[in-house]
Design a protein around this ligand. Sequence first.
Ligand code: HEC
Length: 440
Amino acid sequence: MTELLDAAASGALDTDEGLRAQADRLAADPRAEDVIAAFFEDWLDLDRLPIVSRDTTEYPELTTTVREAMAGETRRLVNDLAASGATISDLLLARHSYMTDGLATYYGVSPGTGEADAEGFRRVSLDGVQYGGLLSQGSVLTTWALSASSSPVHRGLLVREHLLCQDLPPPPSNLNTSPPPVDPSLSTRERYATHATEPVCQSCHRLIDPIGFGFEAYDGVGRFRTMDGEHPIDATGWIEGSVSSDGEFDGLMELSALLATSPDVQRCYSRVWFSYAAGLYEDAGLTCDAVAVADSFAPGGMPLTGPQEALLVSQHLSVRAGEATTDLDTPALGDRLPLDELPEDTGDWGEASSAEGNVDFEIVINSDWTAGYCADLYVTNNSDLRVTWEVRTRLSGTPYTVWSSQYSEEADGTDVFIGESWNNTLDPGGSTQAGFCANR
Ligand code: HEC
């Protein structure tokens, strides 16, 4: 601490080199491991691992000791990889891990042979087994599952929202979205495949469930399986509607391989680090910086600690907001774009109409990833008549999935939304919510 204050007083922190030197010194401190571990907990919600509820009849083997060992495993792997300069791709494809002998037995893999650390963890080679990489860790698989089963929806959302940074809106409150009941005559995959055959569900769930199916070879507490009850596992799936990660895969190892070289994942990882380190949530300027940093590395090639150094020398830490700076005229890596060049959250879009009365609407973008966005569409009936609504507007880009409304584009490019049978008419003062995701 004194050293840092001295460096600041001497002016050493005024240069990028000076900042980097101090950052390297702090990163070498053993306490930096806590920061990396805390980041991963935050990013993947692993702080829920000790408390996620699990059916003790279905999963009696998931003891507190096992949960703690899973957390210890992830902590050791990410710290080991971060310290050795490994990349985001190395993390997703790692062929080794750190386990207590008890955890190895729990997973059904051979315990490590090297020396154990103070808490009993040894390095374990994962060559030739169905584990390997961040997403196959028990901590991740257990956190993202249901009490008595796996969960294609939650595991699909983990990838869609936390690795691809594409947030989906929650299901509309007037739909029944309780999980399909456990039914021994169907596999988990089959139960979920049928729940989403309704077009109104598919609009969102085709972006979620097919990714989650890739995790089906792991049960609700992280153990590899070839059967789901009486049903052979089918872990084929696909990603659609991403910026540049679309593709098919069979099983988690192939899904991990797809994500490991994805520019989207690298950008997302960088974005999460930037907002975590800056303590800011979804700041548009921050996102631009984070994406620029990610794109300066080949896909998958960004070091796990890579964005931190770039963040340190970015203007977010060195320039006070509102200060005049002429540098912004020529945006370069790490510069912020002027705010008026960034997409607005809400816009002046077009008009809503009905034959009978006055209808208003608003489009609120709730997730934005440069090449596309998802938005909510709110429609309100301000008249004292019951009306059938229609929204006519000009969107930026073209919707590729739409929910709780029907979309069409007219020959002159006007984008038109009308309601579904259950929300196309609104009582006086009534409102409804629909939404869509679009490519720009
Ligand atoms: C606007 C997008 C959207 C629509 C439309 C939608 N869902 Fe969902 N659904 C989600 C999201 C997002 C979640 C995850 C919520 C969460 O974080 O728990 C979810 C969760 C679920 C879950 C919980 C799964 C679990 O394992 O806990 C079920 C079941 C479900 N939806 C079924 C449906 C069905 C059936 C429909 C159609 C009647 C539907 N959904 C329509 C977005 C949607």
